[in-house]
Design a protein. Structure first.
Ligand code: PHE
Length: 388
C-alpha cells in the first residue's frame, strides 16, 4: 500500500459504497490475483476511507467530536461489521496461501493507518474539549460508554536501538563510552590524526566547514585524541555519535549519519587482539555462524590498516543480491593506532600500542533490519518507525 499522508488531495477511484460492496467479495472474486493488484486494491480502499473521513469532518460542524469519533470507529473498526473486519474476512482470510503474506502486510498497514486516523481524532477531541473549558458555552457531553482514548506510546529509534546493542557488547568487554563535540576543530578532525593538508577528505566537497579552523566532524576518530589527552593509557573506549559529510542524500548516503569508534590502548596490544575482539563482536551481534574477513586498507591514522567484512548474513556466504554475489559484506575500517597519533594524544608509542575501528551505525541497522534506504531513518514517518 502506498505510503501516502491521509489528507492527500488525490481523488478516490472508489466510493465508500463501492468499498463496502467489494469488502464482501474475496480478492479472487474481484479478479485480484497478484501482488501489484493487491497493493492497488488496498491503496484504493485506503483512499476511500480517507475520503469518507474528510467528508465526515467537513459535514460535522454541527455534530460533536465524540459523535464523529464514534462514527469513524463504527464505520472502520467496529468488530464484525466494520470495514477493516470485513476486509480481513474476505480479502485476507480467503486469500490463497501464496499471496497471503503479501496481503497480510497490506492489511496490517491498512489497519494501522485506520487506527492512526482514530488516534488523531481522539487527540483533536481532547484539544477541542480543553478549548471549551472556561468558556460560558455548555460543555460537550461525555459519553462514558465510549472506549478509552489510546495514548500512542513511543519507542526507541531503530538507529538508537542498534547503537545500544553495540554499546552493550563492548560494555560487557570492559569498554567505557566516551563522547566528543560534533562541531570540531580542524586540528582534532584532521591534523592530530595524521591526515595531511592534501588529503581529499579535507576538500570542501567532503567536509562541511564552519570556518577555516572549524568543521562538522566527518568521523568519530577525533575523540580518540581527546580521550588520550584526557585519560592517558591504558584506555578502552567506544565513541558513538553523529558525523557529517558533504554528501547528497540518496539510498546509501546522508549528510548526517552515525558512527561508533572503538579504541583500545595498553602496553601489549597486538593486531591479534583487534581481530579477536572484532570477530567476537560480529558473532555477538549477527550470530555465532558469522565469520569475519580482514583485508589490507589505508587510513592515515592507523598502520597497518584493515577493512573488515562479515560473511553475508542474508545468504550465509553463498552469494546473493545484498552481498553482490561475493558472500561478504564490508562493515568497517580498523587498524593499529599510528605511533604519531599516539604521540599527538600524549601517549608514548614506545610504551603503548593500540587498535581502533570505526563503523556506521545506520548501515548496521540497515543490515540488521533489512532496510534498503538510509533516508527512511531520518524522515520521522511514524508508519516506518512504528515497525521497530
Ligand atoms: N574514521 C574512519 C572513517 O570514518 C574509520 C576508522 C576508524 C578507520 C578507526 C580505522 C580506525 O572512515
Amino acid at each position: 500500500m502506498a505510503m501516502r499522508p491521509p489528507d492527500t488531495e488525490r481523488l478516490s477511484v472508489m466510493t465508500l459504497e463501492e468499498l463496502k460492496r467489494q469488502a464482501e467479495i474475496s480478492l479472487s472474486g474481484l479478479g485480484v490475483d497478484n501482488e501489484a493488484a493487491i497493493e492497488k486494491k488496498f491503496a484504493d480502499a485506503w483512499d476511500a476511507m480517507v475520503q469518507e473521513r474528510r467528508h465526515l469532518i467537513q459535514h460535522s460542524a454541527d455534530i460533536t467530536f465524540s459523535r464523529r469519533v464514534r462514527e469513524f470507529r463504527n464505520l472502520f473498526l467496529a468488530r464484525g461489521h466494520g470495514l477493516v473486519a470485513r476486509i480481513k474476512a474476505n480479502w485476507l482470510d480467503a486469500t490463497p496461501k501464496t499471496l497471503k503474506p503479501f496481503a497480510g502486510r497490506e492489511f496490517n498497514t491498512l489497519r494501522l493507518n485506520a487506527e492512526n486516523l482514530l488516534e488523531e481524532d481522539a487527540i483533536l477531541k481532547i484539544v477541542s474539549s480543553r478549548q471549551s473549558f472556561g468558556k460560558s458555552e455548555p460543555r460537550e457531553e461525555v459519553d462514558l460508554t465510549l472506549p478509552g482514548n489510546r495514548r500512542p506510546l513511543g519507542s526507541l529509534h531503530p538507529v538508537t536501538q542498534m547503537q545500544r546493542e553495540i554499546e552493550e557488547i563492548f560494555l560487557n568487554l570492559g569498554f567505557r563510552i566516551e563522547s566528543g563535540p560534533e562541531i570540531e576543530s580542524v586540528y582534532y578532525n584532521f591534523d592530530a590524526l595524521n591526515i595531511p593538508e592534501s588529503h581529499p577528505s579535507r576538500d570542501d566537497w567532503d567536509t562541511l566547514y564552519i570556518d577555516s579552523k572549524t568543521v562538522l566532524r566527518t568521523h568519530t576518530s577525533p575523540v580518540q585524541i581527546r580521550a588520550m589527552e584526557k585519560y592517558g593509557a591504558p584506555l578502552y573506549i567506544i565513541i558513538p555519535g553523529k558525523c557529517y559529510r558533504h554528501d547528497n542524500p540518496d539510498a546509501s548516503h546522508s549528510p548526517m549519519f552515525h558512527q561508533i569508534e572503538g579504541l583500545a590502548i595498553a602496553s601489549d596490544i597486538t593486531f591479534a587482539d583487534l581481530k579477536g575482539t572484532l570477530d567476537f563482536f560480529a558473532r555477538k551481534l549477527f550470530g555465532e555462524k558469522v565469520r569475519t574477513r580482514f583485508q589490507p586498507s589505508f587510513f592515515p591514522f592507523t598502520e597497518p590498516s584493515g577493512e573488515v567484512s562479515i560473511s553475508c548474513i542474508f545468504c550465509g556466504g553463498e552469494g546473493c543480491r545484498v552481498c553482490k554475489e561475493s558472500g561478504w559484506i564490508e562493515v568497517m575500517g580498523c587498524g593499529m593506532v599510528h605511533p604519531l597519533v599516539l604521540r599527538n594524544g600524549g601517549i608514548d608509542p614506545e610504551k603503548y600500542t593500540g587498535w581502533a575501528f570505526g563503523l556506521g551505525i545506520d548501515r548496521f541497522a540497515m543490515l540488521k533490519y533489512d532496510i534498503n534506504d538510509i533516508q527512511l531513518f531520518f524522515q520521522s514517518d511514524v508508519r516506518f518507525l512504528k515497525q521497530f
